[in-house]
Design a protein around this ligand. Sequence first.
Ligand SMILES: [Zn+2]
Length: 156
Amino acid sequence: MYCSSCGSAVAQNLNYCNRCGAKVSDAKIGGVNKTAMSFHISLINAIAAVFIVGLGAIAVLIGVMKQVVGFDTSIILAITLISFAMMLTVESVLIRLLLKGKKGTEEADDLAKRQNEQTTRELEEAQARVLPEPMPSVTEHTTRTLEPVYSERKSE
Ligand SMILES: [Zn+2]
């Protein structure tokens, strides 16, 4: 964890920075990102758990069907395939959720970047617009208004 005001490393269990005394709160260090991260981690855990538990359940099921019930090999194969397909469906739903969540955060990042680029471009455009048209100089203005008066006096 790093201090948000001075940038020095702060121990995880501390609430205040050792160097500058600023409050170090979790919310300041991208609270939204953190919750999204924990969501991703729990999704990955769920995917792994479903895979392991599913494979175990299928293996047990095959064993039970073979040893206890005494099903035909073709029936065992069919049931195994069906349960495997069900497991894959659950996995694909979870993976889609994971990808969707990742895509969402990436889109948010992109949006922030695009907004940043837009503001800088607007600033550049504003500067470019100001530069080619210099303000009419004050001296130019005064000489112009004074000239006729001066020439009139000269002609008198
Ligand atoms: Zn600090």
